[in-house]
Each structure stands twice: as structure tokens, then as C-alpha cells.
Design a protein around this ligand. Structure first.
Ligand SMILES: [Cu+2]
Length: 158
């Protein structure tokens, strides 16, 4: 088949781009432990405060592991401060009581949307003890810029 040179160049260029994009995704998955969106678990946003899955908010440590349960509302995270151990897998369970929010722990790979009607869940661990800023990265209203929280990662006691 007689394909003009420019046509061939563009075909090769688009092929190279596809390979480059897939490589970027593969490197992200392998090096930063990026995860696909969580399971689909629904919740009535009007009943978040009385739903048994979200009444015990905060950090729970038991035989099953470490779990963080928190609710995002305009314009805060509840609870605003979380204290978790370092070097252990931590399961985050989040939902919104009003509009779509974001939940990003700055400087880590923890970053998810928090959509009303759904429970966002992901698991990650923190190797560096210290204080981390939690921000909402989805515009949620006039005071979106003040919506923040704090994650304190503590070195596990021996
Ligand atoms: Cu926000």
C-alpha cells in the first residue's frame, strides 16, 4: 500500500504518544501506588450523621487494621484532625454531607473525590512521621479555600 511519508510520520507519532501515555500510567501505578477509583458504595447524603457507618468518626485501630472515618462538609472535614500510626496500611472511608469535595493529603499519594451519595474508600500508608495538610481540591463553595484538616503521622511505639 502506498502511504505518503507525512501520513506515515503522523501514524508513528500517534503510536509513540500512546506508548508514552501508557508508560506514564504504568510508572505512576508502580512507583506511586496510584489506585483506581474505589468500590461503589452508596449512602443517603441527608442521613450521613446518623448512618452507623459514619457515626464513629475518627481513627479506629483494631485487629482488622487502622481505619479512618471522616465526613466532608462545607467547609470542613469532620474530624478536622486525624492521628495515625506510620508504616501501617490505613483504610480511609469518606463521604460528603452536602456537595462534592476533594480529600487530598498534601505530599502523599492520598487523593480522592468525596461525592455526596457515595462512600470513597482507599488504603495507603505513610512512611514519614509528621504533620500533613489535608485540603479540599474540588471547588465546593465560597469558603472552599479555608477547607482543610490535619493528619498527624506518629512513629509506632515499640
Ligand atoms: Cu472544597
Amino acid at each position: 500500500m502506498n502511504v505518503p511519508l507525512y501520513e506515515k510520520l503522523w501514524m508513528w507519532a500517534s503510536g509513540v504518544l500512546i506508548v508514552a501515555f501508557l508508560t506514564t500510567v504504568a510508572i505512576g501505578v508502580a512507583s506511586s501506588a496510584l489506585q483506581p477509583p474505589s468500590h461503589v458504595e452508596t449512602i443517603d447524603p441527608a442521613k450521613v450523621w446518623t448512618d452507623p457507618r459514619f457515626t464513629a468518626r475518627g481513627v479506629t485501630v483494631d485487629s482488622a487494621g487502622v481505619t479512618v472515618v471522616a465526613v466532608a462538609i462545607m467547609f470542613a472535614f469532620n474530624p478536622a484532625e486525624l492521628r495515625v500510626p506510620a508504616h501501617r496500611p490505613i483504610k480511609f472511608r469518606l463521604t460528603s454531607a452536602d456537595v462534592t469535595h476533594g480529600f487530598q493529603i498534601v505530599g502523599t499519594n492520598a487523593n480522592t473525590m468525596v461525592v455526596p451519595g457515595y462512600v470513597s474508600e482507599f488504603t495507603t500508608s505513610f512512611d514519614r512521621p509528621g504533620e500533613y495538610l489535608i485540603v479540599c481540591n474540588e471547588y465546593c463553595g465560597l469558603s472552599h479555600h479555608v477547607m482543610s484538616g490535619k493528619l498527624i503521622v506518629e512513629e509506632a511505639r515499640p
